[in-house]
Write a protein that binds this ligand. Structure first.
Ligand code: NOJ
Length: 572
């Protein structure tokens, strides 16, 4: 058993490699490009990297359909190159987490190819979830009425085996049968393979789906895409399986972050609460639903109160009990400045959003390009989009709407917006590649790019750096309590972090005040606060230099999308 590192003091940067940086000129991001950008990542002030899948995959779901768990996709490099990246990251003091996708594989994985053959003596027969068809007269029907989250019904008939297999996601992503002990041994062996190489932990994909209810009854027929959810989420053996995987992680002191769609605080606590936790943190989805319910289905525009209530639920619910994973963007969600911010106030809202979540209690995750304020892309035809979920939504839902209206829905919801190449410079292809980029580069790279933002003291990039540095060096921001003020406000999000240092008889409070308004606004500080006794320590309208030179903000007044962070200290 190895002692675990303190992930609570850390922050992570997520790389979706295909669009991160191309190092060999073939138009596709790769590990050579990552190697070149490690210093950039370090300079951001994060402490680790989470790689979305980098394994061989036919890319039906861009890496989340794995065909070989112990190798690197040839588009991205080799195992040797990965090892180089890993070693260099470690030299720079960065931890490296990989994505562990064990709910399903690719249908091109050799296990599935074997499983399709069936047969009692075939060791792979029971690696997946196979069921007999139901019959209506002569007509073959799937075993139940579940929909898949990405593509039609959740069952696909296999002619060779004459049975249906379950796929909660795309057809090319058959679900593994985790009830089979041999499958769990495979998972452990995959974990060991990477941990032995020196990897520091895993982000575990849809981990709350891996244990299925063996009955598999029909779900509510009127709910699209997720009607089987109650029967495959938080299944009967989930704890048991997670405990088995936890044993492996413990041997190496590895950290485990579980992605858990549609989970509640109460359920989350059963996984991440206490010393016997089976996961260290959970990626919930509530904070990504402030403008929608599942972006593809119901889009209602941004509502600050909905975002605040999601933050409140998780912050208060986990306080003193478990640790939170803070994020506003990842490869599954369109760009947050386009969603929760305001493109007319791009720089202000993009930077305010950084402080709004990074200074809360928990470990922050940043997604590539988020630190630059990258925005959504709008393409003029569905054929230009590549994401299986976008195509499914377009071809399945809202068919009565006009093409324009359906495309609008795709613009606000598509995961492709998070997957455009990272904008490094204002040069050709945004400096992402010297070749032909595999996907559309957002034309706004002429002004949204890392090189320009590095030079600009007021940039979103530099503001992210300041937020991360502030958090890293503040016990109050790392470990202080969380308290929200004025929850009813639909324009201001205000919270306090408080730390009592009993040994030195000191109490420190940090008040974070965020405006989500495109107009000037006044506010009052909560009872017990006197701004005259406070010191402004961060503001997105004031650069670091200006702040050092003594520039301050007008207390109790906010410019559009301004964030003010005030510090108060008192002797006890
Ligand atoms: C969650 C991942 O984040 C997403 O990108 C993927 O499509 C699904 N799980 C299926 O693996």
């Amino acid at each position: 058993m190895k002692k675990q590192y303190d992930f609570r003091k850390m922050s992570f940067y997520q790389i979706w490699i295909r669009s991160f940086c191309d190092g060999n000129g073939d138009g596709i991001g790769d590990l050579y490009g990552v190697y070149d950008k490690l210093e950039y990542i370090k300079k951001l002030g994060v402490d680790g990297i989470w790689f979305s899948p980098i394994y061989p995959s036919p890319n039906a779901d861009y890496g989340y359909d794995i065909s070989d768990y112990k190798n690197i996709h040839p588009d991205y490099g080799t195992l040797e190159q990965f090892k180089k990246v890993l070693d260099r990251a470690h030299e720079l003091g960065l931890k490296v987490l990989l994505d562990l996708v064990i709910n399903h594989t690719s249908d091109e994985h050799p296990w599935f190819i074997e499983s399709c053959k069936g047969g009692k003596d075939n060791p792979y027969s029971d690696y997946y979830i196979w069921r007999e068809p139901r019959f209506k007269g002569e007509e073959k029907l799937p075993p139940n009425n579940w929909y898949s989250q990405f593509e039609g019904i959740a069952w696909e008939y296999n002619e060779q085996r004459e049975q249906y297999y379950l796929h909660v996601f795309a057809k090319k992503q058959p679900d593994l049968n985790m009830d089979n002990p041999k499958v769990r041994e495979e998972v452990k062996s995959i974990m060991r393979f990477w941990l032995d190489m020196g990897v520091d932990g895993f982000r575990e994909d849809v981990i709350n789906f891996i244990s299925k209810n063996s009955d598999m009854p029909d779900g509510w027929s009127f709910v699209p895409a997720i009607n089987g959810l109650p029967f495959y989420k938080d299944g009967p053996n989930l704890h048991k399986y997670l405990e088995e995987f936890r044993q492996v992680a413990r041997e190496y002191g590895a950290v485990q972050i579980g992605e858990a769609p549609f989970t509640s605080v109460k359920t989350a606590l059963t996984y991440i609460g206490g010393r016997k936790r089976v996961l260290d943190m959970l990626i919930q989805f509530d904070t990504m639903f402030a403008d929608c319910f599942m972006t593809e289905y119901i889009y209602h525009g941004f509502r600050l109160r909905k975002l605040k209530s999601a933050f409140r639920r998780w912050q208060y619910g986990l306080q003193g009990k478990a640790w939170f994973a803070l994020y506003l963007e990842n490869h599954d969600h369109p760009r947050v400045v386009s969603r929760y911010g305001n493109l007319r106030w791009w720089k202000e809202s993009g930077s305010m959003l950084a402080a709004c979540y990074i200074l809360q209690r928990g470990t922050p995750f940043l997604y590539q390009g988020q630190e630059l304020g990258m925005t959504n892309i709008a393409l003029n035809s569905i054929d230009k989009y590549i994401d299986v979920a976008a195509k499914n939504a377009y071809n399945t839902f809202f068919l009565k709407d006009s093409v324009e209206r359906r495309l609008e829905r795709i613009h606000v919801s598509t995961r492709d917006s998070a997957r455009t190449p990272v904008q490094w410079t204002d040069g050709k292809n945004a400096g992402f590649t010297t070749g032909k980029p595999w996907f559309y580069v957002n034309p706004n790279y002429s002004f949204i790019n890392a090189e320009a933002e590095d030079r600009d003291p007021h940039s979103i990039l530099n503001f992210y750096r300041r937020c991360l540095a502030l958090r890293k060096h503040s016990r109050t921001l790392l470990f202080g309590t969380y308290r929200e003020y004025f929850p009813q406000s639909s324009k201001i999000f205000m919270y306090e972090r408080k730390y009592t240092d009993k040994a030195n008889g000191l109490e420190e409070r940090i008040l974070v005040v965020c405006s989500f308004d495109a107009h000037d606004r006044s506010y009052r500080m909560p009872r017990g606060y006197n701004y005259k006794k406070g010191r402004l320590i961060l503001d997105n309208y004031i650069s670091e230099e200006e702040m050092k030179a003594g520039k301050t903000a007008q207390p109790c007044a906010l410019k559009p999308y301004e964030v003010q962070v005030w510090k108060f200290r008192k002797k006890l």
